[in-house]
Design a protein around this ligand. Sequence first.
Ligand SMILES: [Zn+2]
Length: 647
Amino acid sequence: MKNTHLSAIPLPKIAIDDSYWNRYIQLIPSVALPYQWAILNDKVPDAPPSSCLRNFRIAAGEEQGERKGVVFQDSDVAKWLEAVAYSLSFRPNAELEATADDVIALLGRAQCEDGYLNTYFTLVENGVRWKNLTEGHELYVAGHFIEAAVAYYEVTGKRRLLDIMCRNADLICRVFGPGENQLHGYPGHSEIELALVRLYHATGTRRYLELAKYFVDMHGQSPNYFLEEMKRPDFKQIFPEFSDYSPVYSQSHIPVREQHTAEGHAVRAVYLYCAMADLAQEYDDEALLKACRDLWDNIVTKRMYITGSIGSSRFWERFTVDYDLPNTSNYSETCASIGLARFSLRMARILRDASYIDVVERALYNTIRSGISMEGNTYFYVNPLEVWPKRCLEDTSDAHVKPVRQKWFDVACCPTNVARTFTALGQYTYSSDCDNLFVNLFIQNETDCVLGEKPVHLSLKTDFPRTGKISLSVNGENVPFQLYLRIPNYAENWSVCVNGQPASGTLEKGFYCINRVWNCDTVTLQFDLVPHFVFANPCVHADSGKLALVRGPEVYCLEETDNGKELTSVFVSGNAQITEQWDGELLGGTMLLHFDGFRLFDESGAANSVCTKQPVLKPVKLTAVPYGSWGNRSKGEMLVWMHALLQ
Ligand SMILES: [Zn+2]
């Protein structure tokens, strides 16, 4: 491992103005954050009640009543604050900032004398703490507030929330650890580990990093903390379905350095892996990094959907076995894709390898984008690859699948998670240290950074993914640094020029590296985005004999609106000609893909579930749209994997 660590360019230094992403980035401050604020205050009719802010007012002694919501309800406020912080970096809003300051002041008033902050255990459990790490999410909630505190401090310079959460983290540092009088527990839902690393980076306080390491290292130690905790006479179960708890659910079945396949609850897993990657870098821990590489490889090659989502089973919202990727009953939670993108970004920075960014991009452009409507006020929680709306019935294996985006959820982790992800998109775009600049994503922006201790202005122009033309203008004075341009795995016929002349760089782990002294120079990267079919491995039971359509980072799907009902009766040849059509109006501007296919018809006319004679294939014209845009027109069927005509 190299000694210099790559990191993001500070968010306030990056101004994104991108034809593909503007809609989403602007939607968050203009629609999603005000909408979510109304939700958190129970002011949206017909949406599940949140009670989030009310809970804090009750905890502060400013309102009477019963605390409502799930055990981790507080975390919705944390992620909302984190998203507000990021949004203020590109769209200052005094009113929104004042509202956030008021919320932060309320958190301060709701905080206990010793730094504890959690409305559930303060109000519902009368201050009984740390007795149910298996299900209680106390450390998870604290983690989200720590992330919000770091974000708010970094963008606004205000310390109030940071101070609140340092007091909270200091309490947790006193309570947990290897000492004789400390608890030897760790979180049942990872999140605080990666947050403590962020807090360490923001404050320089090393005990936060050490506690993150302690929590990660404690996973899987014998005897299992959670199984022991559940045996205690004062253990009070919160979720009845946890009565047959298995440590694999929380990745505590074996020590982390021995984990080589992704197991258990998908969100918990990738949040833990983020922290493992952080710690592998901080401590130069090769064994931990090896585990991270193996876990990532296992996910990406055998347990990840083509849309960049994870979690094949709704039960336990978990990973199952290699090649188990059902299309209709999967969980594929939006939060899990966000966690996967964050884990992949960390791995890309540690290993300086573009293949990790391919996955970041796959998750962002498909599942995470699908998680929010193009209007900004409805959301998907689970992200299936095939939807038959009629079948989404209660008390069935598809009961969790919603054919249309929802106003809110009883468990509402995803909407605020999407908000904080899209407002922080600039953090994914570049990686840098003092001598190197990595261009990860092709998102149009103007950025100020420091390279070789000198100021540099970057201007990246592109209409990606409509085309694969990217122009990066570097403006500095005799600045020596290495520029790494990502060549994505789908790029065909790519070329790189500097000031119009073919560049003489080298390809290093998927990045085209140009080492020179920069002044006012323009680098252009050009590649073809060729739409094509990909075939499922026959080992994938749900998709054997099927193909899917991809173009660049985007996976395409068929929608009923364009192609009629019974989409599973569609057959397509892998050699079918695909025609591109840019539509500047539809779905905010999108590349449609047209191709010829076939449909199975039952000509008997009996309409029985068993045909009286062999169905026939008839030619049909098909139109596919990007998966990230699905469900934005009318309620209907959707399909990613189509039957292949293999000849
Ligand atoms: Zn979620």
